[in-house]
Design a binder for this molecule. Structure first.
Ligand SMILES: Cc1cc2nc3c(=O)[nH]c(=O)nc-3n(C[C@H](O)[C@H](O)[C@H](O)COP(=O)(O)O)c2cc1C
Length: 359
């Protein structure tokens, strides 16, 4: 097994520093939520206080359809971040996904940077994580089982990040045979398996391929939120070829709205993520077919400074906005919100017409 733990550990912290200090969002491309309008009702015929935000997925009931998406692990600074986020996940009864556990597979001294989340509560729903690219040559089911055991994971996610791998000088560039590898893992895994993108979206053919091997859960990780090309452009030496290519690919990918609708149309249980920033975005994502919505970057700043009050306020704001959108769309619960009336405008409509999904 490759022993490159120091490099992995440093890279993890560099990503956090860049995300805390630089502007790493998409600039021109958007998620598409601004081109989805939920129809307003002046006669909701509901009592606001009775609106139910609970959702069921992975055989569990959560109080809100929000996932604290994968952010970190593998660096000493990750301990406080993961501890704080796990406290929020426990308090709000929402799921949390850990960062890639590769660093702990390379160096077991780093296990604590992930396990700290489980130490918060044995009830919190935790999702383990590893990169697909690392499964080709290095890891298999034995290492995934180690990752699961490390945090007593309730579900496991394999992330696909081909663009980011290409932009890293230490990136894993071989994706050949990954589908077959995922198929083998899926067969042997006893907990739910999620396949996720990290900000460039899952295309129809990718989704078809995942469907053909029996994948049920996808986190579409669409374009419009955190741009990994932007992050890597800050990490590369200025004016290097990689830095320039990272600049060129900053706006690459399938908008979150489009990839969410595609995945839903193919029968997946969908986690919508990539640029979800408000309770209205959450409502729109659910009306587009998501079961759950994931946010990563928005939680980083306050988790890093262990500002639990600010995180609580952020989650309260998101859930109150969502509830307001549900009131105004006559949606008494999450199931009702899934069929809320909506209109698509502009580019999103064009994308949907291309996939013959515009009705
Ligand atoms: C600092 C940072 C580290 C991340 N690390 C991982 C990771 O290890 N594994 C993973 O699957 N996704 C990782 N992600 C991706 C997020 O989970 C998410 O897919 C992406 O940031 C898009 O969501 P957002 O726009 O809400 O940030 C990371 C994101 C950030 C900002």
């Amino acid at each position: 097994m490759k022993k490159i733990s120091k490099e992995t550990e440093n890279r993890k912290f560099e990503h956090i520093k860049v995300c805390l200090n630089e502007d790493i969002g998409f600039k021109k491309k958007t998620t598409g939520f601004e081109e989805v309008e939920l129809l307003h009702h002046a006669l909701p015929e509901l009592n606001f206080e009775h609106i139910d935000l609970k959702t069921k997925i992975f055989g569990r009931e959560f109080d809100y359809p929000i996932l604290i998406n994968s952010l970190t692990g593998g660096h000493q600074e990750s301990i406080k971040i993961n501890r704080t986020l796990a406290q929020m996940a426990a308090e709000f009864n929402i799921p949390m996904e850990l960062g890639s556990q590769r660093a702990a597979l390379e160096n077991e001294k780093l296990i604590e940077t992930y396990r700290v989340a489980r130490e918060i509560s044995d009830k919190v729903f935790l999702i383990g994580n590893i990169g697909g690219a690392q499964l080709i040559n290095t890891y298999g089911i034995a290492e995934i089982e180690k990752c699961i055991e490390m945090i007593d994971a309730n579900a496991f996610a394999i992330h696909l990040n081909p663009l980011q791998e290409v932009l890293q000088k230490e990136g894993d560039l071989n994706y050949l045979g990954l589908l077959e590898k995922i198929k083998e893992i899926k067969k042997q895994l006893k907990i739910p398996l999620i396949i996720k993108e990290t900000g460039n979206g899952l295309e129809q053919e990718d989704l078809q391929a995942l469907k053909s091997i029996g994948i049920e859960y996808v986190d579409v990780g669409g374009a419009g939120g955190t741009s990994w090309a932007a992050i890597e452009s800050f990490r590369s030496t200025k004016d290097s070829i990689l830095a320039n290519i990272a600049q060129s690919f900053k706006e690459w990918g399938i908008p979150t709205v489009v990839t969410t609708i595609l995945a839903k149309s193919m029968g997946f249980k969908v986690i919508s993520s990539g640029g979800i920033r408000s309770g209205i975005d959450i409502a729109k994502a659910i009306a587009c077919g998501a079961e759950l919505t994931g946010l990563a970057h928005p939680f980083l700043k306050h988790a890093y400074s262990e500002n639990r009050e600010a995180l609580r306020a952020q989650l309260k704001m998101l859930t109150r906005e969502l509830k307001t959108a549900m009131f105004l769309t006559k949606s008494s619960n999450i199931t009702a919100l899934k069929s809320a009336k909506k209109i698509f405008f502009g580019k999103i409509r064009q994308w949907l017409e291309f996939y013959q999904l515009y009705k």
